[in-house]
Design a protein around this ligand. Structure first.
Ligand SMILES: *Cc1c(COP(=O)(O)O)cnc(C)c1O
Length: 350
């Protein structure tokens, strides 16, 4: 595949789209008397429209992530990037997308709002993906495959060789959602986006960077794809407040926090392993553990009554009996273990 070879995958109306040109696109200088955008002249800190291309944030992310700004798209959370993939590549009522199950719920929701059929490929008991099953779910109208690695809610990363096989043999777009890659030893595929033109890698500042409240999602892809997504997004999708706060936050290193979370993940898993109410702890490359209990609903209720909120995944395909537990601060994790010990003693709260 050449860079331009993905052009036929793009919806015809998007290929011929003439994007909105902002006042800041038409005049790019930063000094002068600005009477072109109908802004208020009175300084509130936010009276000017933000940079629609987020140049400063992209320059900083480019340093951190080791890819040129041309390969970076910024969205209002990863959710915006997921929605844009459908809007750029998938014709409503015609095209379909293939996703793994169980996985992140937003792929299905964004597909449904765009009237795109979703085909689910069940993961096996260990949450591994069969490449054959994935490809047999695809047909000539399959425009996008969504992979999530490390996967939510199971926590495991897919083998890199398997993702490579899928990306290099599929004749459509492959999105690899790496929201949790910072917690995985396998690392990221983002450096491949200029080699594999159909690859889109999603990352986010919501997890390892601790900025879920700011809403900043990142897509890495070849320049042509980034230009398409930028053309379709709302011009001012990242507010000035977010751009300012992100730039400030990116100056603070996160390596120590990530290392601490990984260390705590191991410690919590070890404690859980010795408990009789725990049936299985799934291996995790993320900042959470999927844990199978003898009676998940009862454990969920007990923890809740104790003021500890986890995610009940008991009703999710392949996750029966499971709770998803985010790794918190050491003292929070300690409370969790203490509460479960009380449960084991028969002091069950309801
Ligand atoms: C949390 C999460 C995200 C992050 O979404 P944002 O909109 O960036 O907050 C993306 N993908 C998966 C699989 C997640 O679990």
């Amino acid at each position: 595949m050449n860079n331009r070879d993905i052009e036929p995958l793009v919806r015809a109306n998007i290929r011929s789209l003439c994007p909105y040109s902002t006042a800041r696109d038409e005049y790019q200088g930063s000094i002068g008397i600005f009477l072109d955008a109908n802004e208020s002249p009175y300084d509130t800190g936010y009276n000017r429209y933000p940079d629609p291309h987020q140049k400063a944030v992209k320059a900083r992310l480019s340093e951190i992530k080791g890819l040129p700004a041309e390969n970076i798209f910024l969205g209002n959370g990863s959710d915006e990037a997921i929605d844009l993939v459908f809007r750029v590549f998938c014709t409503p009522g015609v095209d379909n997308a293939v996703i793994m199950s169980p996985s992140y719920g937003m792929y299905g929701v964004a597909a449904a709002t765009n009237d795109i059929e979703v085909r689910e490929v069940a993961l096996d008991e260990e949450f591994s993906l069969s490449t054959e099953a994935l490809f047999s779910a695809c047909d000539s109208n399959t425009k996008v495959i969504f992979l999530c690695s490390p996967n939510n809610p199971s926590g495991n990363a897919l083998p890199m060789e398997q993702i490579e096989k899928i990306v290099t043999s599929f004749n459509g777009i492959v999105v690899v959602d790496e929201a949790y890659a910072d917690f995985s030893l396998l690392g990221s595929l983002r450096s491949k986006v200029n080699e594999w033109p159909n690859l889109i890698v999603l990352q986010t500042l919501s997890k390892a960077w601790g900025l879920a409240g700011l809403r900043l999602g990142i897509a890495f892809a070849q320049e042509y794809t980034i230009r398409l997504m930028s053309m379709v997004k709302y011009p001012y999708n990242i507010s000035q407040a977010t751009q300012n706060a992100v730039l400030k936050a990116l100056a603070q290193p996160v390596e120590e926090k990530i290392a601490e979370t990984i260390e705590q993940r191991g410690a919590v898993a070890e404690k859980l392993a010795s408990m009789s109410c725990v049936k299985k702890i799934y291996p995790s490359d993320a900042n959470f553990l999927l844990v199978k209990f003898d009676n998940a609903d009862e454990v969920y209720g007990h923890l809740l009554a104790d003021g500890i909120i986890v995610r009940n995944r008991n009703k999710v395909r392949g996750c029966s009996g499971c709770l998803r537990i985010t790794i918190g601060l050491a003292k929070e994790n300690k409370k969790l273990i203490e509460s479960l010990k009380e449960y084991e003693k028969g002091n069950i709260r309801r």
